[in-house]
Ligand binder design. Sequence first.
Ligand code: ZN
Length: 330
Amino acid sequence: MERRRRSAGGGWWPKIVNLGVGKASSWFAKNLKRKIGDGGNTKFWHQAWKGEQSLKVLFPRLFLLSNNKNGNICDMGEWIDGSWMWTLNWRRVLLDREVEQIQSLLGQLSGFSPCVGSVDKWFWRAQKNGVYTANSAYQAISDQFEERRVEPEEMKSFSDLWNTTAPQKVRVTTWRVLRNRLPTCDNLIRRNVQVGEVEKGCVACFFPLESASHLLLDCPKSAMIWDQILNWTGYSWARPRGIPEHFSSFVYLANCKKSSQFLKALWMCTIWVIWRKRNESRFEDKVWVLKSIIMEIKTRMWSWNKIFGFFAWESPILEWCSSQLYSFLL
Ligand SMILES: [Zn+2]
């Protein structure tokens, strides 16, 4: 069952932090707008309230230097003589190049002031009443395909993915991975977003430029994760290059529909966990611990199995994590 939460403005929403990033044509960003009221319920750095990307993605160096990383918009400024003034505070005295970034940030924020007496809320434009539903999201993506005259093959892989037995937030992230639409450093640079020399590298191995294929597949640490996950399934393969090829080769290791559903979900789960670890490492300075990443993937698959019923599994979770699944996948 998809975990949902109630927004301050009323209505049910999927968890959307980190999803509001993408090109102007991104179906999600295009349809979701944050309407800022008094700024009391919107995270200044974390939520994409000014444009399609969060400020921590646009200004990672400033985010690391901020001494109020979790503040709401209303905490980051004050009213002086009837005008809204930003009062951003930093952990140390800033270098010249950082001051330039602040000017760029303030430029981006110019013209904005909170609206006293009104609350912040999300508005989903694909639905008349502004409330998100999975069906309207599906329709929004389908409409976008029609606008772009996408090949039937691409539409098929989209509908394959949408019908996969995995939580919706995971399907959305995976779809963005397959379309190379994640805000990895190479993609941000391609969109003329300023990314520092140090920040643009891989957070796991310090490879000089982070890309989706490096981070999710080729990075030595990710490759070890895939090796162990594959070992868990009991299959072996010649690892293909490229994300779409990796996805289809992994799924086609299975020789029946049930196993293929499981492997599809496992691939998506692994990608999703690696992406989350990347974000925790980049934005919260957490370190990668391979063993706990593997355990998180297996544990999530255990709970998905409970929900989606890939296999009849009655034994405890520890046995699930330590067994080889090959006999179930046949
Ligand atoms: Zn790496």
